[in-house]
Design a protein around this ligand. Structure first.
Ligand code: 13P
Ligand code: SF4
Length: 351
């Protein structure tokens, strides 16, 4: 089945999203250009008793203001633990939604409601639910990069940090359906040695890495280690020295001080932390097909410092969902958190 291409995320119906656009552009004009945005964000954080969670693909200036910077799993764990009244999520919609699933009574803010995700967009819950009917008796494992409605159809949620470990915890003869990322799914199949039924979704950012251009880059930098996110396609992963989640890639760089050059096959935002912790090393972006030198997620990059300030000042846009969906989505998310206790986030290629 070919995945759908949707202009807007299914969790953000066009009317809601377009309304937000008009509202946001009006509010952006109300910011005094002389305002010290960083200082205001810190002040608002105290006033609101808020916690700022940021993903590694956010702009460096946003990461620097955050209380926690992490991969999807670390941010879900931070959201599950926080005692703040307000969660300001600098990431994409499914991440903020996960925080809301875990915290129904807290205000969860996302600087730009249009910050969706191509994987979540291409896996609408109605089509996914129909597709699942073909596989009765299968355990439904879903990547966290999915809407709350799709999570509600799942047995267990996983991230790229824990997918291999969680699949390995299931009985070997248990049939599994895995969605929505076919590349992550295929990589998990290889690591665990078990077959799964895969939904044919993909990330538009990671699918752009070109194996042929990457091979040429490797020839140009023969001493560089190639590190890649498992959302990349198979031909790219086949060339990688290390494969892992954003946090695992960062840890790899931090724990290999003798390596001085790294070719990085994921979104360029991660370089902010890599360069910070390894100023002695050189980081080379894997070239996407677009002709740009670095890959940037168009959804993640919708969040800006201005929008972060505005969402805290005006307490909107906020993440909402119907309670029935939330309760059904909570079970597989909680199962993921329980099954991840004590796991090391780093998965070495070939482990
Ligand atoms: P991580 O969980 O590895 O941070 O990945 C999230 C993501 O969206 C990758 O594209
Ligand atoms: Fe989604 Fe890809 Fe962006 Fe990650 S990089 S948030 S998977 S579109």
């Amino acid at each position: 089945m070919e995945p759908l291409t949707l202009a807007r995320t299914p969790q953000n119906p066009a009317s809601e999203s377009l309304g937000q656009e008009a509202d946001l552009s009006v509010r952006l004009k109300t910011i005094d250009p002389g305002l010290d945005l960083e200082a205001e964000i810190v002040r608002l954080k105290g006033d609101l008793n808020a916690v700022i969670l940021a993903h590694y693909y956010q702009e460096g200036e946003i990461q620097d203001l955050a209380d926690h910077v992490g991969d999807s799993l670390a941010l879900a764990q931070a959201a599950a633990k926080t005692d703040a009244d307000v969660i300001v999520f600098c990431g994409v919609h499914f991440m903020a939604e996960t925080a809301k699933i875990l915290n129904p009574d807290k205000l969860v803010l996302l600087p730009d409601l249009d910050a969706g995700c191509s994987l979540a967009d291409r896996c609408p819950a109605d089509l996914y639910g129909e597709w699942l009917k073909q596989y009765p008796g299968h355990t439904v494992i879903n990547y966290i990069n999915s809407s709350a409605a799709v999570k509600a159809l799942s047995d267990i949620i996983v991230t790229s940090s824990n997918a291999v470990d969680i699949v390995n915890q299931l009985p070997p003869d248990q049939p599994i359906v895995f969605g929505p990322d076919r590349h992550l799914g295929r990589w998990v199949e290889k690591q665990t040695g078990r077959e799964m039924v895969l939904w044919p979704g993909f990330c538009v950012v990671h699918e752009q890495f070109n194996a042929r251009r990457l091979a040429a880059l490797r020839a140009e930098y023969p001493h560089a280690r190639l590190i890649a996110h498992p959302e990349c396609e198979e031909a790219v992963l086949a060339q990688a020295d290390f494969i892992g989640s954003t946090l695992a890639l960062l840890k790899y760089v931090q724990t290999h001080p003798d390596e001085k050059q790294f070719i990085v096959a994921t979104e360029a935002g991660i370089l902010h932390q890599m360069e910070h912790s390894r100023p002695d090393a050189q980081f080379i972006c894997s070239p996407p097909n677009s002709g740009c030198t670095c890959a940037m997620c168009p959804y993640m990059r919708l969040n800006t410092l201005e929008k972060l300030y505005l969402c805290m000042r005006d307490k909107r846009p906020e993440i909402t969902m119907d309670e029935e969906t939330r309760v059904r989505a909570l079970r597989p998310v909680q199962r993921m958190l329980d099954m991840s206790k004590g796991l090391t986030p780093v998965q070495q290629k070939g482990d």
